[in-house]
Structure formats: C-alpha cells, structure tokens
Ligand binder design. Sequence first.
Ligand SMILES: Cc1ncc(COP(=O)(O)O)c(C=O)c1O
Length: 459
Amino acid sequence: MTDDVWGDEYRVVREAMDWAEARVVRETDPKTTARSAEELREAAGQTVCAEGIGGHAALRLFIDVLEPATRAQDDPMNLAYVPSAPTRASVAFDFVTSAANVFGGVWETGAGVIFAENEALAWVVQLLGWPRTAGGCFVSGGTSGNLSALVAAREAALARRGSRPAQGWQLACAGEVHSSVRAAARVLDVSIIEVPGDDRGRMTGASLEPVLRSHPDVFAVVATAGTTNAGLIDDMVGIADSCAAHGVWMHVDGAYGGAGLAAPSVRALFEGVERADSFIVDPHKWLFAPYDSCALLYRDPASARAAHAQNANYLDQIDRGSWNPADLAVHLSRRVRGLPFWFSLATHGTDRYAAAVERTLDISRTVAAAIRSSSHLELVCEPQLSVLLFRRVGWNPEAYREWSQRLAREGVILCLPTTWHGETVLRLAFVNPATKAERVIKVLDTLVQPAVSSSSVVV
Ligand SMILES: Cc1ncc(COP(=O)(O)O)c(C=O)c1O
C-alpha cells in the first residue's frame, strides 16, 4: 500500500476499518454529547497543518474527542426529530460504496451500480402503484429531493404554458408542509399559497379545490405523506382529483412517511399516491439505510430530463439515451448513495423490510395505548404512522424542557418537546425496530413525578 505520493497507508487503513467494523456491532448510547466549538478546539488542538498529524493520531482524535461529541442516531432510545436505524448490512455496504468510488452521475461510468440503485427504486415504484416506466435517482436527502422535483414541475408548467406568469409562479401546500418545501420555494423564487388544513392540519381535496380554482398560476401542489411533526398523511385521493382537474403537478413528500407504503396495515392511507407526478422517500429515515439517501421518483422521467440535464462542451460525449442520474436532479457529480439501501434490500428481502416497518408501527401503537390509558398523559393528536404527540397534564413549556434535557444528558431517552396548535407537548418518532416499547413506557411512567424545578411545575 505504499506509493510515492502518500507513502504507506496500510496501517491507517487497517485501523480505520477496524474502528468502523467495531462501530457497526457495538451498543450505542443516546446521550446528548454536543460540545462547543471552543471546547472541541481546546480538546483537539491543531489538526490541519502543513506536515499533517499522521493517520494514527487523527484517528485517535476522532475516537477520543470528535465522535463522542456526536449523537448516535441509531440508538433505540433516540426518538427525537427523525432518527435513523440503518441495518448493519447497509452500513457495511456504505464502506464498500466508498471504496468502489464510482462516479454515479452517468451510466457510462456507473452502469453496474446505477442498475442496482434502479432495482431498489423499482421496488418503491411498485409500492406506489406507478407504471414501470417511472424512475428517478437517489439524491442526498428530502430537501434536495423536494427541490429537484419542484424544478421539474415548474419546467413542465413552463413548457405547457409557454411563458412565466406575470406575477410569478405559485406553489400550493398545507401549513404543516416540511420546512424544506418553503426553502425550495425561496430557491425557486415562487410564492406559497397555503391551503387550509383539516382539524389535524391535513390538506384535503375540499380545501385544495377552491385554491386551485382561484389561483391559475399554481404550478405544483405538495402533498405530505407523513408530516414530520405529527406523522399525518394528507388526503391523497382528493388532492389527486383536484390536481387532475386543474392540470397541476402533484408532488408527494414521503421523506419520512413514505416507508409506510411497505406496511399493509397503513397502506390504505396512501391511496391516491398512485396518481402523483413525483415522490420522495428517504431511506435514511425509516427504510433502514445510512445517511445520506433520498429516493426521488418521477412518473414521467422525460419531464425531469427536460429540466435537469446539464450541457457543456466537455459533457457532449454523454449518451443521453442512457439512464443518467445527473439528468434527473440538481446535481452532476454524485456518490451512488442508493447502493447501501439496495444492498440491504437485496440482503434481507422486501418481506423483511415490510415486517420491520410493521414492527416499528406496532411499537408506536403499544406506546400510544399506554399513553391513552395513563392518568397523567394524553395524546393530543390521533396518530396515523409512527409519530406520537402527547401532553403531560399540568406541565408548562419549562417543565417539558427540563425533563427532556435531563433525560437526554443522562442517556435515558431522547424525547423532545414540540408545539401542536400552539401548545408545547412531547413528541416521539419511532423508526427503529430495535426500540423496546416497554422501555419507553417505563420512562413515560416517570412523567407522573413533578419536574425537577418547582418553578416549572404547574400541578
Ligand atoms: C416530510 C419531510 N420532508 C423533507 C425532509 C427533509 O429531509 P432531509 O433532512 O433528508 O433533507 C424531512 C426531514 O425530516 C421530512 O420529514
């Protein structure tokens, strides 16, 4: 492993691989361990310098200082934000993906592995009930997936209409839409028309219809299949009807909840998604693959190519008749970030995947039942997928914050407060089939006690 530029890297490769292998199988801890940049600078010292500090020292720093200041997203008691629970097979294959170092932008350089990524995408297409001609590519996350889909939607509207509306394009979505959709609207310089939600904030066909009737400059509707805050699914059938009636592109953000398509017990909630024009789901959320990975799909990939294909003299040799992921999203150079997901699917099979999603739903239902039967806790919103929102009767925001931060520091559970209809409540997001419902319920039982500081307790 010696070369005349980098010298002998054998030892550092061996040590890094050994650590990585040990991490894949070791127990995790959900402790909140972030430190300030000043503290980290103090502990790490100067790491980048003219002579280098050497691979062994850099790895030691990572092991002793840097990695301990990160959070284990895959810990079974990490139920904050949207955690991530990759299979060991998928993580191992992430190393393989890096080692293979494929340029995944075009078929000519990445045919074999793009083929494999497309096999994984074809499974999602089948779950959606879309035609086999549908397809897409993997991008880094839901944010870039939503943006890329909306770029394609706007380009399609422009092609249909011939010119930009005098007052600019508009995008329709519910207030509960993920922040990345608002970010995409800013990037695209389009305005958002907020569609009123039902009592749980879900967009319905009835609330969308008058909006589309009175806003002819809407180029796309973003429906959410699994809101991040509450795990709720918009009325897909009604939205699809309305979009079809007005010739508007229907994009479905299933970044978190799209995994539910694989679970027979909730599949009916997605009815109507088969009529969408574009869809995203993040395997790094609830499909058991590591960061970073978002499956972006188009019913008609030609519309994506028309929007995204980059042209330059040095790119003239690309065969545009081949399946080039670079033509389908806002990117060119590209890691084959769908490959760990493909490997995991190929290893375990789609039945095991469906069972793992169902197991997570079962955990969520068991915890929800315990909350329902508790004297001191109340669900504030009837769950549809695997996110639970609940109140501790009598607590104020400070009490929630104290309880949540104390248990995060102690490494008991990561359960953060959020707001629901203006009220501070607690939120649990289940995506890890290794989470034990009984352990979570035991922790929730401790909520019966007053919060630590008496000033924060109302009852
Ligand atoms: C519904 C939804 N859409 C989009 C995103 C953004 O995804 P990412 O963080 O992968 O960019 C999230 C993230 O939680 C999400 O829950």
